[in-house]
Design a protein. Structure first.
Length: 291
């Protein structure tokens, strides 16, 4: 019986990756320009307002969720710093982390056929962030013995993204994500080219009910590459929407790294990351069941 040998052509894969990436650049730039403008106008006010919520159980998580849905790394960084300075509750911190989508929204904006997914994703993550943030604050309220808040002005919350203005930041983010997307397109292209598209997506589908758990694990990688990978796989049809939600809920970007750097309680940090992962998996699995 003849054995079918899958044809592997690297040149078309490279050209296709370059073309597909180039198509996204104008959309990415416009999306980041809009996001940078919004952050500059409202970011500082929102962060200041967040720092004033303190341990108000029903005030912090909703505001944290609203802050987190703005796709910028600075907000998860700000939340980690504010938490380390005893300015916000653990529920508020987790709400920001859960709502953060890093680069998912700009990438979806760069793919017009997925515009409808943006609002569903934002609303879903916001609900998850607020609900679980409040639940966590209610559960730990009696046990919370963190020290009194520090001065907001003494807490560094800037990740250095805006030292050169909105246009510079938009160009910088566009170039960085373009490189990630190109690299990802090349890697995925070579993998699919080597094993075959049908076999590749069959492998992703083989995770079945455990796909959200796998996606959430990838999301924990403290780098925007994780959200890029998850979003691209969802766009290509390799991940279900619930699995994408799981991966993007656990993906707090560099905020997790800042948390471990600024908060001296390592056990507390590990617990927070564990809660983030469990909530992401449960939420993604529930979304898959509903949808």
């Amino acid at each position: 019986m003849p054995v079918h040998v899958h044809e592997f052509a690297p040149i078309p894969i490279i050209l296709d990756a370059l073309l597909e990436t180039a198509k996204l650049i104008p959309f990415l730039f416009l999306a980041f320009l809009l996001m940078e403008h919004l952050e500059k106008k409202a970011g500082e006010k929102l962060i200041s307002a967040l720092s004033k919520t303190g341990k108000l159980t029903f005030a912090g998580p909703p505001l944290g969720g609203l802050l987190g849905i703005l796709p910028q790394c600075g907000f998860s960084v700000a939340a980690a710093n504010l938490f380390a300075g005893k300015l916000i509750s653990v529920g508020t911190l987790i709400a920001v982390f859960l709502a953060t989508s890093d680069e998912a929204i700009p990438i979806l904006l760069a793919n017009p056929e997925h515009f409808g997914d943006i609002w569903v994703l934002i609303l879903t993550k916001l609900i998850i962030a607020v609900v679980f943030g409040i639940i966590i604050d209610l559960l730990v309220r009696l046990l919370d013995k963190r020290e009194e808040a520090a001065n907001f002005d003494e807490i560094c919350h800037d990740c250095g993204c805006h030292e050169h203005g909105v246009l510079y930041s938009a160009v910088k983010h566009t170039l960085n994500i373009t490189v990630f997307i190109l690299a990802l397109n090349l890697v995925l292209g070579f993998i699919v080219g080597a094993v075959g598209e049908e076999n590749f997506f069959r492998f992703l589908e083989s995770f079945g009910a455990f796909q959200p758990a796998a996606a959430a694990l990838v999301g924990l990688i403290p780098n925007c590459a994780a959200s890029v990978l998850i979003t691209e796989l969802y766009i290509e049809g390799g991940l279900t929407f619930g699995s994408a939600v799981a991966g993007l809920c656990s993906g707090a970007g560099v905020g997790i790294l800042v948390l471990f750097r600024t908060n001296k309680d390592i056990k507390e940090n590990i617990l927070i990351v564990g809660l983030l992962y469990v909530i992401a998996v449960l939420s993604g699995s529930l979304v898959n069941l509903i949808l």
